[in-house]
Design a protein around this ligand. Structure first.
Ligand code: GLV
Length: 330
């Protein structure tokens, strides 16, 4: 029997990769630079399944080039690089990896708060450059116990961050497009966006990138924050206006930023943000633990194989919108 043809546009952890290779005919882009668009369109023309990476855009043009396509899966919870409406129009289910990365991403978000509040990386630089024991002073950090954490975007990861913050003695407030009715169980109380900006000592951003959230942290929002505020972004870079953040950090509008995501990404080595002393940047590693990446790869392959077999995907973003009309078998 002919094996299903599957295209993988980036990395995929073992053993899920080998599991897929056993049952499918896999064509994998193995270079560090993103797959060029013309190569992707050519490979897509034969593909029945695509495992996408966030370096490619899935849009109507790509779907038109992929007449045999049955399913797309991606090892990430975010899918701002995927035009879901176009997938639905073409009857293609799209699967992501919610749930399995919640703890790892919440840990990273909270570590950014702890490390920046306690100046951990400056301490390490201080030791490494020989300043320890010399006549140089390390800047003091701040306590987080008793402070107010504002979480913007209260999904599963937000709730897991709230749990961690409560355990560290913080008061937790949140803003979400749809107010949740389980404030007590997540240990956080709802506040309007502008109130959260004004009262939070630290803000952790966890919203998905969408038309509504793009640029939602700009000059006006930084001006509303406390001059002592810590600003942490673990969602997507373009949710923040980078120039406005740079200015807020340079002028003391806010105290400190810790970013796991940036715009652009990666940040060029000579980017002015990297010259500041009141910033910590990590290279988009929210879910980057061995266990979590293995689990994400497994769920991605489960999604893909289900789609190839015309079965419901274990984690499908557009399942409720794919009908018999736009997909004969689903
Ligand atoms: C990572 O950024 C993800 O969306 O999973």
């Amino acid at each position: 029997m002919n094996k299903h043809k599957v295209v993988i546009t980036g990395g995929l952890m073992s053993p899920a990769l080998e599991r897929l290779q056993e049952v499918c005919d896999v064509r994998k882009w193995g270079k560090t630079e993103p797959i060029p668009r013309d190569v992707l369109l050519e490979w897509a023309s034969e593909a029945e399944g695509i495992i996408a990476s966030n370096t490619i855009i899935v849009d109507e043009e790509l779907l038109q080039h992929a007449p045999k396509l049955k399913v797309i899966a991606q090892a990430a919870v975010g899918y701002d690089n995927i035009e879901i409406e176009a997938c639905t129009k073409y009857g293609i289910p799209f699967g992501n990896t919610p749930g399995v990365l919640v703890a790892a991403t919440a840990d990273l978000a909270f570590s950014l708060l702890l490390c920046s509040a306690r100046r951990v990386h400056e301490g390490w630089d201080f030791v490494r450059n020989g300043s320890w024991g010399q006549d140089h002073k390390m800047p003091f950090g701040i306590d987080i116990a008793g402070k107010t954490l504002g979480i913007v975007g209260m999904g599963q990861i937000g709730a897991a961050v709230a749990q961690r913050a409560r355990a560290f003695g913080m008061n937790v407030i949140y803003y979400n497009r749809n107010r949740r009715h389980d404030d007590e169980s997540i240990g956080a109380s709802y506040q309007p966006f502008n109130t959260l900006l004004e009262v939070a000592d630290a803000i952790i951003v966890l919203t998905p990138l969408s038309k509504e959230t793009r640029g939602s942290f700009g000059r006006e929002q930084f001006q509303k924050m406390k001059s002592t505020a810590y600003f942490i972004n673990v969602s997507r870079g373009p949710v923040v206006d980078t120039d406005a953040l740079l200015e807020a950090l340079q002028t003391g509008e806010i105290a400190y930023a810790a970013l796991d995501v940036t715009d652009p990404e990666p940040l060029p080595e000579d980017h002015p943000l990297l010259k500041l002393s009141n910033i910590l940047v990590t290279p988009h590693i929210g879910s980057a633990t061995i266990e979590t990446r293995i689990a994400m790869a497994e769920l991605t392959v489960d999604n893909l194989l289900a789609g190839l077999a015309d079965k419901p995907l274990p984690a499908c973003v557009n399942s409720d919108r794919i009908t018999r009309k736009n997909k004969g078998v689903f």
